[in-house]
Design a protein around this ligand. Structure first.
Ligand SMILES: [Fe+2]
Length: 210
């Protein structure tokens, strides 16, 4: 059983209906309308820089919110389409340049229910990390506003390959990245501040301070 990125097959959540999946897939990225902060991040690994891909999220609450409330939970904060988007490459950069959504904690939620609808390659792993000498659970926006971040300061905790058309649940208080995005990655995202499924630790910040 994974601890930080869980494939939610045991909860029997219903699949996203085709007509709603179509809305997600046909939504265009408009960076000026993205719900999440979108800095271009330059990180480093092995002393070589790489740029993180961005994952702008476009709100679809008016089209999908009622279905999510009725079929999944009414505890959501946002419902939207998120699409991995390349940035300008760094000439001579690290091989991970523009292939990785670099390590971070999320800015706008604590938990994420994700339903992957399209991907260019199946081996796009979600990886959870702990920074050496730091707690596992971190504040929001870790690494989003600091750059460069040396990726070798991170210890891999867990690696999950999220399947297509499957509900997957992420504790986004833990530093995470998505690796090896060679092209497309489009998902429905439902964001939460509280954990409606009661599967992640309630007060990890207090527990890890003891
Ligand atoms: Fe994230």
């Amino acid at each position: 059983m994974n601890k930080y990125g869980i494939i939610m097959d045991h909860l029997n959540l219903p699949p996203v209906p085709d007509q709603l999946a179509k809305i997600v897939l046909e939504t265009e990225v408009d960076l000026t309308k993205a719900q999440n902060p979108l800095p271009v991040r330059v990180l480093t690994e092995g002393g070589r820089p790489y740029r993180s891909r961005r994952t702008p999220r476009i709100g679809l609450e008016s089209q999908l919110g009622a279905w999510v409330t009725e079929n999944i939970t009414d505890k959501w904060d946002h419902v939207g389409m998120a699409k991995s988007t390349p940035v300008d490459p760094i000439p001579g950069g690290h091989p991970q340049d523009n292939k990785r959504n670099g390590p971070h904690t999320d800015c706008t939620r604590n938990f994420l229910l994700l339903y992957l609808l399209d991907r260019s390659n199946p081996d796009q792993d979600t990886v959870f990390w702990q920074e050496k000498g730091k707690p596992i659970y971190r504040e929001h926006s870790v690494y989003v506003n600091e750059d460069p971040t040396p990726t070798e300061e991170l210890i891999e905790l867990e690696r999950v390959t999220f399947p297509l058309n499957t509900w997957c649940y992420v504790d986004s208080r833990v530093v995470h990245s998505v690796e090896n995005i060679l092209g497309r990655r489009t998902a429905l995202h439902i964001g939460f501040w509280e954990d409606p499924f009661d599967v992640f630790p309630k007060n990890p910040f207090e527990d890890q301070a003891q």
